[in-house]
Design a protein around this ligand. Structure first.
Ligand SMILES: *[C@@H]1O[C@H](CO)[C@@H](O)[C@H](O)[C@H]1NC(C)=O
Ligand SMILES: *[C@@H]1O[C@H](CO)[C@@H](O)[C@H](O)[C@H]1NC(C)=O
Length: 371
């Protein structure tokens, strides 16, 4: 009885953020990334209503002025209220939403990225003991609820032994020394991004075929579910994972396809950078990686870089290997791979890097997404 009562009280408070109780209230217009649907069908809002803890300010923001209609005939609140709802977490967006970035994709060598070049870059924030916060890996935002990264970013012996776990995902980050990030323009004005968004991790899903002691890093892929859905903004956008005509991402890249990598250099021994760094690398023949690392070489891995020695240094573990693909008259950025391992120390000329090939895991990704 007591717990039922508590749930009721908590829900009334949460719901009061959402609704206009007056029957003639003016309802909100939904934005382009939302649809007006019945409250009980909008899982990310229902999750917040059902939770037993206080709403965070981000959740309050997501809940405010969301009511878009009212069905007087239904008795239960959950069916009576209609809300502007973001796309659920089990949908992978298409090119109307994903892979969009400003058109400046053609720089070579390890360089600073521009402020909004890779709006899907996610910085993973780890906790060691009580308060230590550090970043060891990166990932890519693939929809409103999930970030994809490398499995070894979530399970490895040093992390297990020191009690380090990923607890947050930071989105919309570029310069880690400032928040928000600002740029002075030639006309003397400053142009700033939104402050970054930090979201709690709700679930870590590591591919079951990833073996912590395996040297070949097969199935080095993992998903992180965030505790709440994110809104897409200029600074936060998903990367494309799935092509609209099925899984033919396999055939989209040939030998010498040029990819982009990006990262803050958190994992490498070299000094990490406060600005997101980027570099271009080309796909190499698999035998080049096999020759170097003398490890089993599955089709689900991709060999790239290692030509000038600096090119594999830029990507953090778990960060995206990005490919631009023409779709219709536009160009969109796809997640071709996930940074898995490379030479140590990084930047050995002639040593390419190894990436998890996303195309081999699209079914796995979709099977593991929940609304
Ligand atoms: C990054 O932020 C720091 C601290 O505000 C600032 O000094 C630096 O110039 C910024 N870097 C860039 C490239 O804007
Ligand atoms: C690689 O980086 C080092 C140090 O930044 C630089 O001196 C060297 O010229 C770079 N090599 C190439 C081929 O770009």
């Amino acid at each position: 009885m007591v717990s039922g009562m508590r749930t009721f009280v908590c829900c009334l408070i949460q719901i009061s953020f959402l609704i206009n109780l007056a029957e003639f209230a003016k309802f909100s217009e939904c934005q382009s990334d939302e649809k007006c649907i019945r409250l009980d069908k909008c899982s990310h809002i229902v999750d917040v209503i059902r939770q037993d803890i206080k709403m965070t300010s981000e959740q309050k923001y997501l809940m405010t002025h969301k009511q878009c209609d009212l069905d007087y005939r239904s008795k239960s609140y959950l069916q009576r209220i209609y809300v502007c709802c973001l796309e659920p977490g089990n949908v992978l967006p298409d090119v109307n939403t994903c892979g969009q970035r400003p058109p400046s994709f053609r720089i070579f060598g390890g360089k600073e990225s521009k402020i909004n070049d890779f709006p899907w870059m996610a910085m993973l924030i780890y906790n060691k003991g009580q308060e230590d916060q550090l970043s060891l890996c990166a990932g890519s935002l693939i929809n409103t609820r999930y970030v994809v990264t490398a499995a070894h970013c979530l399970v490895n012996w040093p992390m297990i032994e020191s009690g380090t776990v990923v607890t947050k995902v930071r989105l919309g980050e570029w310069n880690t020394s400032s928040n928000p990030d600002c740029l002075s323009q030639l006309n003397g004005r400053t142009h700033c991004s939104d402050p970054y968004l930090e979201l709690d991790v709700e679930q870590r899903i590591v591919h079951k075929g990833y073996l912590i002691d395996s040297k070949s890093y097969q199935n080095d892929i993992a998903l992180i579910r965030m505790r709440q859905a994110v809104r897409y903004t200029t600074w936060i956008k998903p990367i494309c994972v799935k092509t609209s005509h099925g899984n033919n991402l396999w055939n989209s890249f040939s030998e010498e396809t040029k990819f982009k990598i990006a990262g803050w250099g958190s994992t490498n021994k070299r000094q990490s950078s406060s600005i997101l760094m980027t570099s271009s690398i080309v796909q190499r023949k698999p035998h080049l990686c096999w020759k170097r690392y003398k490890r089993h070489w599955p089709e689900s891995q991709l060999c790239a870089g290692g030509i000038d020695g600096n090119d594999t240094c830029v990507g953090d573990s778990g960060s995206p290997l990005m490919a631009t693909i023409d779709v219709g008259s536009g160009q969109y950025v796809y997640l071709a791979g996930i940074t898995s391992y490379g030479p140590t120390p990084c930047g050995f000329p002639g040593w390419p890097g190894v990436f998890t090939r996303t195309a081999a895991f699209i079914d796995w990704i979709q099977l593991n997404l929940r609304p």
